[in-house]
Design a protein around this ligand. Structure first.
Ligand SMILES: [Zn+2]
Length: 483
């Protein structure tokens, strides 16, 4: 295969989970279940004679994102009408922003196996979502159901520059934006329910050439894994076409997750002239200096800064700090745990046992049954060497199953390690006494048998001997034999 450089940019649409819709007072249903058309009024149903009013909170959410992405925020931006003839938006146009968007020229740092990379943000703008159509075909009679609950819900569009060059980087960027929006409290990040939609555009160019190749857009990506697979597939598909002298066709493709391929999508937006023009029913969106500064002052500590602080404050590796700060709730859990237990051990327990449990249960950290204080109790017992690592893991399982505390379980099952010199000496003595041949072999120079005696004595203790104490006792006795 020839050497091509993939050139990839992303459009991300995130629902701003405000209380009400972008231009009317209807509630934003979000991921909650609601009967169809429960949240509709004359404005979002597009009835003639109604007037939109911009939702101040949606603008504020958008400003949070724009500032967190270090964008230039326009003091005056404009809403525009984008022609859109489709029954999921009955007005016949979508209110969006076009040549004067809310914010431009931002940046975000991402981390891949290649190191840190800064991805430029081209623009961030506000628009409204469309409704949902359900196509039926019952007994050969086709019908389409229209649900306008989602019509008019505030959407934020974040457009990157084509700065990404690998499936890994694309995923890292999407995850970084996803994490940022959750830190900012503007979006719950549900890809499955379409609250966070990722659309990469992908082209290839021969290595070293400046101009871009023909690009395709990929839709229907419901997980980060699908995103990464779809981008990898497209790179391969386009390279194969170019290698065989066929052109790449500019089009919108849909990802078929089951088959692992992209397919041409009959897109409602294909080959349309959007005919943007300024929205006459909405005044220019003016952002005052005071408002902007108030939003800036209210920004929380963001993932990148928090990861840097975790490294400083808790002595964590860059990797652990990155993993623990990717989700705000996990970072919060970690800080509560590290306040009550040794920081490094807390990180190991969280990224190891706890994350494995969450993965296995398809659960989020908010759903983890143990509060940080309960886990801290276990971390302390393990760190102090009072129980073995294996026992600690078993105790965790017991805590999760029964809700009992770590110390309670250790006491009830008598799991604490024994360091009492008399009992340690007794196990060591018995292990040596039971294996005279091995002791003789040891005396003959087979020093590797130390490990064997340790295993025997540990078995006699039922795994409860304090390992260091047992090792020392055996060494003392074997050295005596050598003399
Ligand atoms: Zn409405």
């Amino acid at each position: 295969m020839s050497a091509y450089q993939p050139v990839i940019g992303l459009e991300i649409h995130a629902v701003l989970e405000t209380r009400t819709k972008m231009f009317c007072a209807c509630p934003v249903v979000g991921s909650a279940h609601q009967p169809p058309n429960a949240a509709v009024c004359p404005v979002c149903a597009g009835l003639p004679g109604t007037l939109p009013v911009a939702n101040r909170m949606a603008v504020e959410y958008a400003l949070r994102v724009a500032l967190a992405l270090e964008c230039q925020v326009a003091r005056t931006s404009l809403f525009a009408r984008k022609s859109y003839f489709y029954p999921d938006l009955p007005k016949g146009y979508q209110i969006s922003q076009y040549d004067q968007p809310l914010a431009q020229d931002g940046r975000i740092a991402i981390h891949t196996s290649q190191g840190e990379q800064v991805v430029r943000i081209r623009r961030v703008h506000l628009e409204e979502d469309t409704g949902k159509l359900t196509h039926l075909d019952e007994d050969g009679a086709a019908a389409t159901l229209v649900d306008l609950n989602r019509a008019g819900v505030p959407l934020l569009e974040i457009v990157s520059e084509p700065d990404l060059h690998s499936p890994e980087a694309v995923r890292a960027y999407a995850v970084a934006i996803h994490s940022l929006l959750r830190y900012l409290g503007v979006n719950s990040g549900d890809l499955e329910k379409g609250l966070f939609r990722i659309e990469p555009n992908i082209s290839l160019r021969p290595e070293g050439r400046a101009e871009f190749g023909t690009r395709v857009e990929v839709k229907n990506l419901n997980s980060f894994r699908s995103l990464e697979r779809a981008v990898a597939y497209e790179i391969q598909r386009q390279a194969a076409r170019l290698d065989s002298g066929q052109p790449v066709v500019q089009q919108t493709l849909g990802w078929d997750d089951a088959r692992g391929i992209t397919l041409p999508q009959r897109s409602k937006e294909d080959a349309e002239d959007y005919r943007y023009f300024p929205e006459p029913d909405l005044p220019p969106l003016v952002i005052s200096e005071e408002w902007l500064e108030a939003v800036r002052a209210g920004l929380p500590e963001l993932p990148h800064a928090r990861a840097a602080r975790f490294r400083r404050q808790y002595g964590l590796s860059a990797y652990d700090a990155g993993v623990l700060t990717a989700e705000k709730a996990a970072a919060d859990y970690y800080e509560a745990l590290a306040a009550a237990a040794p920081a490094k051990a807390a990180a190991n327990w969280l990224t190891g046992e706890v994350f494995a449990w969450l993965n296995g249960h398809g659960a989020s950290i908010q759903e983890f049954p143990l509060p940080p204080a309960a886990l801290a109790e276990l971390v302390h017992l393990a760190e102090a060497g009072e129980i073995t690592p294996n026992t600690a893991r078993a105790v965790l399982a017991e805590m999760l199953a029964t809700g009992q505390g770590a110390a309670e379980i250790v006491a009830a099952k008598d799991l604490r390690l024994v360091a009492d010199p008399a009992r340690i000496a007794a196990w060591a003595e018995q292990a040596l006494a039971e294996h005279p041949e091995q002791v003789a072999a040891y005396q003959g120079g087979k020093s590797g048998l130390k490990q064997f005696f340790f295993g025997q004595a540990m078995r006699l203790s039922g795994g409860r001997a304090q390992p260091r104490a047992l090792e020392d006792e055996l060494a003392r006795r074997l050295d005596k034999i050598e003399d």
